[in-house]
Design a protein around this ligand. Structure first.
Ligand code: SF4
Length: 344
């Protein structure tokens, strides 16, 4: 793959380059940012990228065009829509043009890394340009690594860290903006203490069997529900720390079959967070979620809203497991079913 990566600045390139290199992709960096003002700021960002590219031994092309006049002429009529009307299109079009003229077969951009850019718009713009130029658009949602990249750029690499997006208008907004931009995160993600926490659907379910066995210590039991269930993981930074297995019972009802957190992450509320997020999503389509649990865990589930008692299956854990199951000092014997009204 011969990839040209539009690069807005060195700090925003750190995480995308690291990630692409993990995939054995060596991008060529492409600097074209006439949106950065004033000149000394433009120079500082450009020169920082030149230095960084040299340091990590990556090819970088510089289309050196400081464009204050042209930029202002093009955005003056509607400053509110300047990013999508002019700033993104002018930079990405130039990148695709350069890629076409110089034999690159794919394009991407570090703009997909920033949680402060209009991610979905940039994605759609690049998809359209990809069709127009007949050059692949390599899409990655790099936002998940925003703080990781930021910390590395600032604390480890000591790169020049800009204080505003780029144009003079964004510089003004630093001091005078009643509606500062909100970070845009990947679907299902939030940031907590600058760590990305995301809910992910797990496709390779069997790879998590060991963790599922922590909550349900019988492979035979897990085999009965795993293939028909949806499995979701809570990912903190890049680690899956909790799993939830959800079985569809009928068009109104789901059953939570397994909820587990890796031992070293327990006590931090991750299972609760995962369950809350899933219940929030499932309530669009379903009315009720059931859970079958041992006596010890009833208070936990009641607190999460599973407050309606449904039934008890006597001796379930004795009859269905080869070995005795203990939860702390209490032997698990009967299975208690509770439900949560998802519409509440
Ligand atoms: S705020 Fe940033 S993206 Fe928007 S026009 Fe200014 S430099 Fe471009």
């Amino acid at each position: 793959m011969k990839l040209l990566m539009h690069t807005c600045c060195a700090p925003c390139s750190v995480y995308p380059i690291d990630e692409l290199r993990k995939e054995n992709i060596e991008p060529t960096l492409f600097w074209y940012n006439p949106n950065i003002h004033p000149y000394k700021e433009y120079e500082a960002r450009r020169d920082c990228l030149k230095e960084y590219a040299k340091q990590i031994n990556l090819n970088a092309i510089f289309e050196d065009e400081y464009g204050l006049d042209e930029f202002c002429k093009n955005v003056a009529n509607n400053l509110n829509t300047r990013c999508i009307d002019y700033c993104y299109p002018v930079r990405m079009r130039k990148t695709f043009e350069y890629a076409k003229e110089h034999g690159f077969d794919s394009v991407t951009t570090t703009l997909l890394y920033s949680i402060y850019q209009k991610h979905e718009y940039i994605k759609k713009l690049c998809e359209d340009l990809s069709k127009e130029f007949g050059i692949d658009f390599l899409y990655r949602d790099f936002r998940i690594g925003f703080w990781e990249g930021h910390n590395k750029a600032k604390n480890e690499l000591n790169l020049y860290m800009q204080k505003y997006c780029g144009c003079v208008f964004s510089e003004e907004s630093r001091y005078n903006n009643p509606n500062p931009p909100k970070p845009e995160l990947p679907t299902g993600c939030e940031y907590e203490s600058r760590r990305a926490i995301c809910v992910k659907k797990i496709e390779n379910k069997d790879e998590y069997l060991d963790l599922l066995l922590d909550a349900d210590p019988s492979k035979t039991s897990i085999d009965k529900y795993l293939s028909d269930s949806d499995v979701y993981g809570l990912q903190v930074d890049k680690n899956i720390v909790s799993l939830a297995v959800i079985l569809h019972i009928d068009k109104n009802t789901l059953e939570l079959k397994n909820l587990v957190t890796k031992e070293e992450y327990r006590g931090k509320g991750y299972a609760k967070k995962l369950l809350k997020s899933l219940c929030g999503n499932y309530k669009q389509k379903y009315n009720k979620m059931l859970v079958g649990t041992s006596e010890n865990n009833i208070p936990f589930y009641v607190k999460q809203g599973f407050d309606k008692y449904e039934k008890t299956i006597k001796n379930y854990f004795v009859d269905n497991y080869d070995e005795e199951i203990w939860d702390g000092d209490l032997q698990c014997i009967d299975m208690y079913y509770y439900s949560k009204d998802l519409k509440k």
